[in-house]
Write a protein of this length. Structure first.
Length: 366
């Protein structure tokens, strides 16, 4: 297989046909999944048959310019000094990788002159939503407008190391079709939740430490490792593959969209990979600190929506009851976790009540 740099020079398309188990990749093993169901998956089946895993990758040579990667960021009331660090780190990493990059920013809600000062440079474009349309819809817009053969989806609180882009590109080359993220860390600690599919709070409590140890052992490899979920905070893939996948289900407003994408992509034969050598410092907590109630409500909706779309109906009802009890039991300890104060955590209750016994709800809206 060609190196990714040779592939860029020849403008080739990295394997348009996904292949299960291709390559000898270290695996966390045993990520068994039942056949998927629910409205989200039904819509995906309407677009492509499970028996045909060919991902459309048309010849776009007439459409693409000389851009190798489009770096896509969604902004909503960002921390400007942090955003400047993130953008600078991504530009340095692209230069170190020897790739030509464009930056595509989607501002949700309004166009800020202060933000424009940070994002106004050669190779940058800014799209503006009049309303806060959420992460999934805004990122889908960015991907649809991307000129690069590859898209790097980047959160405005994820600072890349200089070799991050090069390592992600190298990992992407290890599978015929893949979605790749870094081994997500915050202050040096692996963020297990960013790369693990949890279906319940109880399951997370029981399995978190065990899965973290397994991920830490697998992370010692120099090669890309298979994970249950790729993080939407830093995600690299062929633009054609992302467009074919959606990439995101826009009914997810904030959170959960990357887990949903991972489930759908894995079912279609994509490898979900993490690159241990791709250094990133994911600051995290910025949205929660600035917009706590909105974030908490969106997080709860995402958790219930994910179960509704990818788990049996009765199981999803049980998860709603669990969410109610966990929130009630956690109220005395509120303020000691990332979910913040009791005032913030109560934002979960209207969401749980709204889901009730429904099989699906309209798109979450703040």
């Amino acid at each position: 297989m060609q190196s990714w740099r040779a592939c860029l020079r020849s403008r080739c398309d990295l394997g348009s046909r996904p292949s299960r188990g291709s390559g000898s990749l270290p695996s966390l093993g045993g990520i068994g999944r039942r056949p998927l169901s629910g409205p989200g998956w039904a819509r995906c089946l309407a677009q492509t048959s499970m028996s045909s895993c060919v991902i459309s990758a048309p010849d776009r040579d007439g459409e693409w310019d000389m851009t190798d990667i489009t770096v896509c960021l969604v902004l909503f009331d960002p921390n400007l000094p942090l955003l400047e660090q993130v953008v600078s780190s991504a530009r340095r990493s692209a230069i170190a990788a020897g790739v030509t990059a464009e930056f595509l920013f989607v501002e949700n809600g309004r166009q800020s002159q202060d933000v424009l000062k940070v994002v106004s440079f050669d190779g940058a474009r800014v799209l503006t939503n009049q309303l806060n349309e959420g992460f999934a819809r805004a990122m889908n817009w960015a991907v649809s407008e991307a000129k690069g053969r590859y898209c790097l989806l980047l959160n405005p609180d994820a600072i890349l190391d200089e070799q991050a882009v090069s390592e992600l590109m190298h990992a992407l080359q290890q599978s015929h079709a893949a979605l790749v993220c870094p081994l997500m860390r915050s202050e040096g600690t692996i963020q297990i939740d960013a790369m693990t599919l949890w279906s319940s709070s109880t399951g997370r409590i029981m399995a978190r430490n065990r899965k973290l140890r397994r991920l830490e052992r697998a992370a010692r490899s120099d090669s890309a490792i298979r994970v249950e979920k790729v993080s939407g905070g830093v995600l690299l893939a062929l633009t054609s593959h992302l467009r074919d996948l959606g990439p995101f289900d826009e009914r997810f407003f904030l959170y959960g969209e990357d887990a949903d994408l991972s489930i759908r992509a894995a079912a279609r034969g994509f490898a979900l990979l993490a690159a241990p050598g791709a250094g990133v410092n994911h600051i995290g907590g910025e949205s929660s600190a600035r917009h706590g109630r909105l974030v908490e409500a969106a997080r709860q909706d995402a958790a219930l929506r994910l179960c509704a779309y990818h788990k049996p109906y009765l199981y999803s009802l049980a998860i709603r009851l669990e969410a109610l009890f966990v929130t009630l039991l956690g109220m005395p300890f509120a303020g000691r976790s990332t979910s913040g104060s009791s005032r913030v955590r109560v934002a979960r209750f209207p969401v749980i009540r709204q889901w009730g016994i429904h099989r699906d709800l309209e798109r979450f809206s703040p």
